[in-house]
Design a protein around this ligand. Structure first.
Ligand SMILES: Cc1cc2nc3c(=O)[nH]c(=O)nc-3n(C[C@H](O)[C@H](O)[C@H](O)COP(=O)(O)OP(=O)(O)OC[C@H]3O[C@@H](n4cnc5c(N)ncnc54)[C@H](O)[C@@H]3O)c2cc1C
Length: 384
């Protein structure tokens, strides 16, 4: 259903109202304290966001990807750390809905209702971008699998009740749902990162942790390319929207500053070089927003060029965030350099957008592949 004036769906308009009234003041506290608190879980669940990517038949709210993206944009402007909960919880619930066994799919209403939080556990100390270097193993044992390894930088791992874990088996790479209360699981806080500093990052240690066979997600030999690959495509889409939100908030702070401050007898907004910064940022933010929306629509319409659209959106949005955060810091002068200030936090958050869910250089490489493939598929030859 959509609202009368804007055509915006009611569930999205309701989330925007919640964000303005409740989440904005909380987000400031979380960012300052360096920890998003658990109270975010019922708030996001109540808005339908923790079940947004879960089919309604499994207890979800079944939002369109376009609407979910917009919610990520709104939250990304308030707290990029909090937005990353939507990224990882969304990636895992989507993967379980598509590839989970019947007992795993039966858990979806708990995830959708905010009774359990899901985290994505792929990275290891030497396997971030290059997941072929995964060292975690899963050995088949009577009735299940025994997992051993150490997963790093797990967003919201400190709060998570379950983890989608990737490991090697004798039959190839595989994914498993590991519960926090499984024997052999230790969760400890990760060293705090400068960006996404409130995202409750954790180290997940699996010391011979044994899980029943039904916790295998998909089948061995299929996990990194299919489950991980698809999860990362969606993760990149949610990061792109979050990065657009972050870029928009930096750009707004820049506009506020240049329209209220004067130097050398004229408003900052009237300096030609400042105007160049403003128009470059406006262009970057506006095009990133359009590309993110286009990618979400590609997903909602099951376009064969989804990956291409998402990679373009991720690249544009993370770069827009870097540009907008840098301009914002520059235009704030010494005040923009104050440690722990919102300007500095946004600068550090923007850096993270160029690393997570595929670093910028890797995304460029993948986008070149997609660009060439799309050109080959659609070109009729010659200059047109
Ligand atoms: C705040 C935060 C949250 C995170 N959350 C999660 C999470 O929830 N779950 C999870 O599994 N992981 C998570 N990670 C880990 C993240 O996915 C990795 O940091 C990321 O994949 C990059 O891996 P790396 O840090 O090992 O860098 P590396 O792989 O060592 O890459 C370092 C640099 O090398 C260059 N490089 C690497 N590969 C290429 C290439 N193919 N072509 C050109 N240049 C290249 C790039 O410049 C790159 O930035 C998180 C990380 C951070 C910082």
């Amino acid at each position: 259903m959509s609202g009368p004036a804007t055509g915006e769906p009611e569930h999205l308009a309701a989330f925007e109202a919640l964000a303005a009234d409740k989440l904005a003041p909380l987000a400031e506290d979380w960012e300052r304290a360096g920890a998003v608190s658990r109270e975010i879980v019922p708030l996001l669940a109540g808005a339908g966001l923790l079940g947004a990517l879960v089919p309604t038949a499994s207890g979800g709210t079944g939002w369109s990807h376009r609407d979910y993206g917009e919610a990520n944009r709104v939250l990304g402007a308030l707290s990029p750390s909090a937005q990353s909960l939507l990224t990882v919880h969304g990636m895992v619930t989507q993967a379980l809905a598509r590839w989970g066994s019947a007992p795993l799919r039966a858990l979806l209403p708990r995830f959708a209702g905010g009774h359990a939080v899901a985290a994505f556990a792929l990275s290891e100390a030497d396997a971030g971008s290059d997941v072929r270097q995964l060292a975690s193993t899963a050995e088949q044992v009577d009735g299940g699998w025994r997992l051993t390894g150490v997963k790093r930088w797990i967003s919201f791992g400190q709060l998570a009740d379950a983890f989608l874990v990737f490991a090697r088996t004798a039959a190839g790479d595989a994914a498993f749902l590991v519960r926090r209360d499984d024997r052999g699981v230790t969760v400890s806080p990760e060293a705090r990162t400068a960006g996404l500093r409130a995202a409750r990052l954790a180290v997940l240690e699996l010391d011979g942790c044994t899980v029943p066979g039904e916790r295998l997600v998909g089948r061995p030999g299929f996990a990194l390319t299919q489950i991980g690959g698809r999860a990362l495509t969606y993760g990149r889409l949610w990061v792109a929207f979050g990065a657009v939100g972050l870029a928009e908030s930096c750009h707004r702070a820049t506009l506020e500053r240049i329209t209220t401050q004067s130097r050398f007898g004229q408003p900052l907004k009237d300096f030609q070089l400042v105007r160049g910064l403003v128009s470059d940022t406006e262009l970057a933010v506006r095009s990133a927003r359009l590309l993110a929306r286009q990618a979400a629509t590609a997903s909602d319409t099951a376009s064969q060029w989804l990956m291409d659209e998402v990679l373009a959106a991720k690249l544009a949005a993370s770069r827009a965030a870097t540009l907008a955060a840098g301009v914002c810091a520059q235009i704030h002068g010494a005040q923009g350099l104050v440690e722990d200030s919102p300007v500095q936090r946004r600068l550090a958050d923007a850096r993270v957008m160029e690393i997570i869910e595929g670093n910028t250089q890797l995304v460029q490489d993948l986008l070149a592949d997609q660009t060439i493939a799309r050109w080959r598929a659609t070109s009729r030859g010659g200059v047109q």
